[in-house]
Design a protein around this ligand. Structure first.
Ligand SMILES: C[S@@+](CC[C@H](N)C(=O)[O-])C[C@H]1O[C@@H](n2cnc3c(N)ncnc32)[C@H](O)[C@@H]1O
Length: 462
């Protein structure tokens, strides 16, 4: 993986979206690493701030990252920044004239935009700020409609909407390079998706997961708990070939009751293939199968480039597995050859144990497992994150679900070949006990919800 020294880098300013805050840096880092480059130095991101300065070796890399990110809105070549207008001016005056010159030529056109975070500026105020930048040696003509170069003055008025300072806390000036892929969130919205279910993954999070997973063209990506295939769609959009399994025959075959209000029956072609077709991605569809994730069906030696999944927590969907034939025969008095006819409980601890073991065995080296881990907040410690000797924890990002529950997006990378000794030796006894503590998530989730509803009812009676 290429590295660079501080001399060879250019400073860029990333304007991040104010959504899914914890997921933003791991996304950008994963994308930089997907381009074959290792982070050398980064500037501390003030907690929750939309502005992030980072050093990159080339503009081409900055553009490649923006072709994938859904967490960043735009990236700029940073020409100057400061905590006051005076500091910004000093900083701009020290920026290399050679670096500026190609964009200020007399035969080129330009425009300056002003963006204020946490404050609304009038047009008049914006024009005043633009006029102030006159000291920069612009030689070209202004063209507001179709300029060759766009420059941005970005002002940061802090994070508190109830206490907006008169003057910005930070100012940045730079040359616009590229926008991110925020449009994908709308164009892939679940609201307009052909086939959806109760737990279809939100489009933005599905793209974030594919980015954390470093999914790239021609990868083979697998989702063992595929549901309606929301995660396959994001991976296919980035050029991967996708496949999945689900224990639920009706889901795989698009049967049963639809999740949409005002719709009585599912359409005959409501299925994952049709979803991919909706987005022009059908050629990336390998297949989906009815299968129990606790009993992998794959030949030894089969390898996936990525495993991106959302296992069942038992809140809005069943978590179950096929009972043993003996067990099933006891219950039904029949032999059971057909698909999942007698599922038994599949505890979260076992789901996690099986998932990590599966990823350790079936991922390529460098391949990533990205999955959601439900967490009961009062009991959360880092130790409850499942580990495996073949998998390195890359990132752990929390999404709050309620005051007492959240889910963590866990990203792990396969760093060591799987050997037979890794099959069962992967978890220490003490960790298995911690795993077991995941099992009560469902009860804790509902006990919390019940308590909250009771409190809300009590408050409303006051
Ligand atoms: C959270 S949902 C996945 C939703 C999916 N990401 C989507 O966008 O629609 C979990 C899925 O796991 C499936 N499931 C539960 N137990 C399973 C098992 N033992 N093996 C495979 N799938 C299972 C459920 O039927 C459900 O569709």
């Amino acid at each position: 993986m290429a590295q660079w020294g501080s001399g060879q880098t250019t400073r860029y300013l990333v304007l991040l979206a104010q959504e899914h805050l914890e997921f933003r840096l791991p996304e950008i880092k994963s994308l930089v690493s997907l381009c074959g480059v290792k982070f050398c130095r980064e500037e501390e991101l003030a907690l929750n701030s939309p502005f992030w300065i980072l050093n990159l070796p080339s503009e081409e890399l900055a553009k490649r990252v923006m072709k994938r990110t859904v967490c960043a809105k735009s990236i700029f070549e940073l020409w100057g920044h400061g905590k006051s207008v005076e500091e910004l001016c000093c900083s701009l005056k020290t920026y290399s004239v050679d670096k500026m010159a190609p964009y200020l030529q007399s035969n080129s056109t330009y425009k300056i935009r002003v963006h204020a975070f946490n404050k609304t500026l009038t047009q008049e105020e914006k024009v005043q700020k633009i006029d102030f930048l006159e000291f920069l040696p612009f030689k070209g003509k202004v063209n507001l409609k179709n300029p060759d170069h766009i420059f941005w003055l970005l002002e940061d008025y802090g994070m508190n909407p109830n206490k907006i300072p008169e003057k910005p806390l930070n100012l940045y000036f730079g040359r616009w390079i590229a926008n991110g892929q925020r449009d994908l969130i709308e164009s892939y919205s679940v609201k307009r998706r052909h086939f959806i279910g109760n737990t279809s993954m939100d489009a933005c999070l599905a793209f974030i997961m594919a980015n954390h997973g470093k999914i790239k063209p021609n990868d083979v990506v697998f989702d063992p708990f595929v549901g309606t295939g929301g995660l396959l769609i994001a991976s296919a959009h980035f050029g991967a070939y996708v496949c999945g399994t689900d224990i639920d025959y009706s889901t795989i075959h698009g049967l049963g009751k639809p999740s949409r209000k005002n719709q009585k029956w599912r359409q005959p072609d409501e299925n994952i293939r049709a979803n991919l077709r909706q987005y022009g991605l059908e050629k990336h569809y390998l297949d989906v199968l009815v299968s129990d994730a606790s009993k992998p069906i794959w030949r030894k030696g089969m390898q996936f480039d990525g495993i991106i999944t959302d296992p069942p927590y038992g809140i809005r969907e069943a978590s179950r597995r096929i009972g043993s034939p003996k067990e099933m025969a006891k219950v039904t008095g029949k032999s059971t050859e057909n698909h999942v006819s007698n599922p038994s409980a599949y505890h979260l601890s076992d789901i996690l144990f099986d998932l990590l073991k599966f990823a350790a065995e079936y991922l390529v080296i460098g391949g990533r497992l990205v999955y959601w881990l439900p967490v009961y907040k009062p009991e959360y410690t880092e130790e409850i994150i499942p580990r495996h000797p073949c998998l390195k924890l890359i990132s752990n990002c929390e999404q709050t679900l309620s005051s007492h529950t959240s889910r963590h997006l866990i990203t792990m990378e396969k760093v060591k070949e799987f050997e037979d000794e890794d099959r069962d030796s992967c978890i220490l006894d003490s960790q298995y006990l911690l795993y077991k503590s995941h099992n009560s998530f469902r009860e804790k989730y509902f006990s919390g919800v019940t308590k909250r509803i009771a409190k809300e009812e009590k408050d409303s009676q006051k």
